[in-house]
Design a protein around this ligand. Structure first.
Ligand code: UD1
Ligand code: UDP
Length: 350
């Protein structure tokens, strides 16, 4: 079978690594990189580190408003589908690149394969929620990471080709965690001691586009004494600059550039706690058995909330501080499959 994979944002490169590896054993795959993420440390670094095949098409779309970005992708992906005539178009997750790929294919009657289908936060103010609902509803094959995702789709009357294969991000972590532990020198580079720092990531639009929320998050950080390392997403960097927010009153804070995947896994596994609004990082905290504090009002990864492995705090300063200071003793379960999600997806089309 001939697959056309559409991707464009950091978490999609990580998800594509295990899937492309498995898919190419028995199928042909062409990769379209929309260019949604374009800085070296948001894109190229992952292709190099994770040996993801080089994209066959690079659309160079870059940053823009939702409509402009998605629309430009849509037009260019349509041309490629018409030219390449794939049997399937494969998309990951819930970004604008996901939606553009899915819409372009569905309108041309090419079956859409959605990996990481069925997630819901039930908050339509999140761009991701709109992207994932739309994508699920035009997809023919919905590969879900969890039972909750299956239930969400069943509740929306989607039952055909809805399969729980486990989470491809778990595949990626299992494949790379030892490599990261052995090869990443990031703790030395940053002068960090294992379990004596917190790891921070913040980038979601619902936090960064709301001056009150981002200010409240920073106010909470200013009352956390422990060492904090924060690989800052460019979106957040730009917001902090634009709003002229000061980070000077946050003690023991290390702001660093976004890091590669192996360095990130090493930073995660050695952190005392992880404070994040990222979808992927919440799950990786769970896989690494590192307590997580999620700076969001809702999470689609509800399983991680069991036994306080992940505490959902929103952006209220006191709630953030209470969760960070709380002693937790989570029990971790195997809720995300057996790290063979990519193989199951590829085999489905044999
Ligand atoms: C996108 C996804 C989000 C995902 C995130 C992963 C959408 C609507 N959002 O958010 O779901 O969690 O990717 O990281 O698709 N920028 C750069 N360099 C880059 C990329 C972005 O400077 O390489 C800056 C630009 O100022 C840009 C801003 O970041 O305007 C936001 O980028 P964009 O791709 O629109 O959304 P993300 O916040 O990255
Ligand atoms: N990540 C990374 N370097 C960083 C921050 C994140 O490699 O500096 C990885 C992280 O390990 C996870 C993925 O990027 O695999 C998550 O992507 P992101 O947080 O950008 O998006 P989300 O998952 O929220 O959509």
């Amino acid at each position: 079978m001939k697959f056309l994979t559409v991707l464009g944002a950091r978490p999609q490169f990580i998800k594509a690594a295990p899937v492309s590896r498995e898919l190419r054993k028995n199928h042909e795959e062409l990769i379209v990189h929309t260019g949604q993420h374009y800085d070296k440390n948001m894109s190229d670094i992952f292709f190099e580190e994770l040996h993801i095949p080089k994209p066959d098409f690079h659309l160079g779309i870059g940053s823009a408003s939702h409509g402009k970005q998605t629309g430009e992708m849509l037009a260019k992906i349509e041309d490629i589908i018409l030219q390449e005539k794939p049997d399937y178009v494969l998309v990951y997750g819930d970004t604008n690149s996901t939606l553009a790929g899915a819409l372009a294919a569905a309108k041309l009657h090419v079956p859409v394969v959605h990996i990481e289908a069925g997630l819901r936060s039930f908050n339509k103010r999140m761009p991701e929620e709109i992207n994932r609902i739309m994508t699920d509803h035009v997809s023919e094959f919905l590969f879900c990471p969890t039972d909750t995702a299956i239930k969400n789709l069943t509740d929306e009357n989607m039952k055909h080709n809805v399969i729980n294969v486990g989470d491809v991000m778990y595949d990626a972590v299992e494949y790379n965690r030892q490599l990261a532990e052995n090869n990443s020198d990031i703790l030395n580079t940053f002068g960090l001691t294992s379990k004596e720092y917190h790891l921070i990531t913040v980038h979601r639009a619902e936090n960064t586009d709301d001056p009150e929320k981002i200010s409240s998050i920073l106010a909470a950080f200013s009352e956390i004494e422990e060492v904090k390392v924060w690989p800052m997403h460019p979106r957040t960097k730009h917001v902090i600059e634009r709003l002229n927010l000061s980070l000077d009153n946050i003690p023991n804070l290390m702001i660093v550039e976004p890091v590669g995947y192996l360095d990130m896994l090493k930073l995660e596994s050695n952190a005392k706690k992880i404070l994040t609004d990222s979808g992927g990082v919440q799950k990786e905290a769970y896989f690494m058995e590192v307590p997580c504090v999620t700076l969001r009002e809702q999470t689609e990864w509800v399983e991680t909330l069991e036994s306080e492995a992940n505490i959902l705090v929103g952006t209220d300063k006191e709630q953030i501080l209470a969760a960070v200071n709380k002693e937790v003793t989570p029990t971790y379960k195997n809720l995300f499959g057996d790290a063979k999600a990519a193989e199951k997806i590829a085999n489905y089309f044999n």
